[in-house]
Ligand binder design. Structure first.
Ligand code: DGL
Length: 265
């Protein structure tokens, strides 16, 4: 039986999932959070479905060993495989794609640009789910093979980040005059300012807030919310913990004092 005091697990291939942690801390301030980012294997977005599945399962098993009451998949690439992963987990999995797609459908947009990893685009889960709910919405998707990896290194001052954003979003705009752009990779809100600078006319949509609301709704439904005032945050990674600490500071996350290096086997 799960208890209210059990932590929420949050997983990503890398640092991007910290943008989801930011929203969970805002919407569910009492929850203890254990975050794991698999930067040693990032980017996932250029890997095969089976590789992503195995790497994700390893993180989920680790979360199980940490006694979580649910896991927010703070990664669009992994969320593309949620149907395969759900039967493997005893706890609920909250997919960022389901939350993001439902929001786009509710907004009744005539069209939307979706910028993501190549895997997320080829899996087509956003298109399928948006069209099931809003058949008239034109979804124009484009994958970047580079952007998540560039951001995951933590050097956000590279001109190449702006160049990659411009190149990929220009392709979307050449296909349809979209006014809304879904940041469908959790790494991308870290460079939101770069997107704004390159394309000031576009409204940027970060699905992380919708995912945090979905986590809250699930916990409320199961009477599993944590009533304490302020929860703790534990950040662990298979990569460089200093990069995580810097991004956690940049995103103004509550805690942690330091981030831990953990290798999963
Ligand atoms: N943060 C991940 C996502 O939301 C992708 C990064 C990667 O390619 O590993 O899709």
């Amino acid at each position: 039986m799960y208890q209210n005091s059990f932590p929420i697990g949050v997983i990503d291939s890398g640092i991007g999932g910290l943008t989801v942690v930011r929203q969970i801390q805002r919407i569910l301030p009492g929850e203890d959070i254990i975050f794991f980012g698999d930067s040693a294997n990032c980017p996932y977005g250029n890997r095969s479905a089976d590789e992503i599945y195995e790497l994700s399962l390893r993180m989920l098993r680790y979360m199980e060993s940490r006694g979580v009451k649910c896991v927010a998949i703070a990664c669009n690439t992994i969320s593309s495989l949620v149907e395969r992963l759900r039967p493997q987990c005893p706890f609920p999995l909250i997919s960022i794609i389901e939350s993001g797609a439902d929001y786009i459908a509710r907004e009744k947009l005539p069209s939307v640009g979706v910028i993501a990893t190549e895997f997320t685009v080829s899996a087509g889960v956003y298109d399928t789910r948006i069209h099931a709910l809003a058949p008239d919405c034109e979804v124009v998707s484009r994958g970047s093979p580079e952007l998540a990896g560039l951001i995951d290194r933590g050097d956000l001052n590279q001109a190449v980040i702006d160049e990659e954003i411009t190149a990929q979003v220009d392709v979307i705009l050449s296909r349809a005059p979209v006014r809304d752009l879904l940041l469908a990779c959790t790494h991308f809100p870290i460079v939101e300012e770069n997107f704004r600078r390159c394309f000031p006319e576009l409204r940027l949509i970060d699905p992380a807030e919708q995912q945090a609301i979905a986590v809250k709704n699930m916990l409320v439904y199961r009477t599993l919310t944590n009533p304490q005032n302020r929860g703790s945050l534990t950040v662990e990674t298979s990569g460089d913990p200093d990069v995580y600490a810097a991004i956690a500071r940049m995103l103004s996350l509550y805690g942690p004092k330091d981030c831990k290096a953990v290798s999963l086997t």
